[in-house]
Design a protein around this ligand. Structure first.
Ligand SMILES: Nc1ncnc2c1ncn2[C@@H]1O[C@H](COP(=O)(O)OP(=O)(O)O)[C@@H](O)[C@H]1O
Ligand SMILES: [Mg+2]
Length: 333
């Protein structure tokens, strides 16, 4: 059984000019121990998807669809049960570690109180465990870290503390929302390596949200590509790179900076990303897609599954061969 299954999640928020759709039927599953990357441009609905799992969507949002965590529908739980599920089965790591920590508490208090609450440890046991956890996430000077207030530590150190707290109870599922985006580049790779190592050692599943396809490919078993509030393609990183099946994925791959290609100007995806609520009929990407045809803007285009892959493109079969090759190498300013 999947650790997490999202089944046709639709979300709309109230707006003076009528409800605004933000998620247009997101379905995905995460297997035990699996890391799923959720990638896509800013505003495509990645964070909102995670919020439906945590049930922290915006106030007044209308949500339909099912969120099954180990087979139980999270969306139907009462407050007390929801608290328990959040404490035992889910952990969240967000972009800004400062938001997760109380600025008035030393790291030791933050970790020890968390461990006492979650595991019922006594203070001495919790302190010992907190120190072990800090060492495991690569903190060299555990004493100094334990005694520090958040403002005394760098972003990278703080994110390690947050990771330590997140993995402490070995939850079933880690929700990591751009956990390294706010860090400088060298710190990013260290923190990512620690998160990856801790997740694997503990056999935890993860949804890793990022706009960085390369990073997702390096640490995830499968990648789901989001566009305008829906998933347009799911694949393994290897197959996604070798033979993407959705035009948007192809163009995302082509717009990465390359160390070897001698392209003077990076190809960009033409047009601007559309918001989920702006999408009419047919394919959300049609207006920017070099391969679109008149038929692409009609009806609803389903996410068609094929083994461990899935794609939402009306021309999927015709384009399969063409999309295996990079485009835009002759891009000009
Ligand atoms: N609290 C909110 N109320 C209304 N709209 C929101 C709210 N938060 C985010 N949105 C909108 O929802 C869409 C998806 O946002 P988000 O999931 O944060 O994108 P991503 O994480 O992929 O960058 C965006 O268009 C954003 O403007
Ligand atoms: Mg986001």
């Amino acid at each position: 059984m999947s650790v997490l299954e999202l089944d046709d999640i639709r979300l709309a928020v109230p707006h003076p000019s009528g409800d605004r759709t933000l998620l247009r039927g997101v379905s995905l599953s995460v297997a035990p121990g699996e890391a799923l990357g959720l990638v896509g441009e800013s505003g495509s609905g990645k964070s909102m998807t995670l919020r439906t799992v945590l049930r922290t969507e915006p106030r007044g949002a209308h949500v339909t669809g099912r969120v099954l965590l180990d087979g139980r529908d999270v969306r139907g739980l009462g407050t007390a049960e929801l608290r328990r599920v959040r404490a035992e089965s889910l952990a969240m790591i967000s972009q800004d570690p400062r938001a997760a920590l109380n600025p008035l508490l030393r790291v030791s208090r933050f970790l020890v109180e968390g461990l006492c609450d979650a595991r019922g440890d006594d203070e001495r046991t919790a302190t010992r465990r907190a120190r072990d956890l800090l060492a495991q996430v690569g903190i060299a000077d555990v004493d100094r870290c334990m005694n520090s207030y958040p403002h005394q530590l760098s972003g990278g150190m703080l994110q390690r503390v947050v990771i330590a707290a997140a993995v402490a109870g070995s939850p079933r599922l880690l929700l990591a929302d751009e956990p390294t985006t706010a860090l400088d580049v060298t710190t990013q790779s260290e923190v990512m390596a620690i998160l990856d190592e801790q997740r694997r050692e503990r056999g935890m599943s993860m949804i890793f949200v990022t706009h960085d396809l390369e990073l997702a490919s390096a640490v995830c078993d499968r990648i789901a590509v989001m566009y305008a509030g829906e998933i347009v393609e799911i694949s393994t990183p290897e197959r996604l790179h070798a033979a993407p099946r959705h035009p948007y994925t192809r163009l995302l791959l082509d717009s990465r900076p390359s160390l070897t290609a001698r392209t003077p100007v990076l190809p960009v995806i033409p047009g601007r990303p559309v918001a989920a609520y702006e999408v009419g009929g047919g394919c959300a990407f049609a207006g920017r897609c070099p391969w679109s045809e008149p038929g692409c803007t009609d009806g609803e285009i389903p996410l068609v599954r094929d083994g461990d892959r899935a794609v939402r493109c009306a021309r999927e079969e015709e384009l399969a061969g063409e999309l295996a090759h990079a485009t835009g190498t002759e891009a000009t300013a």
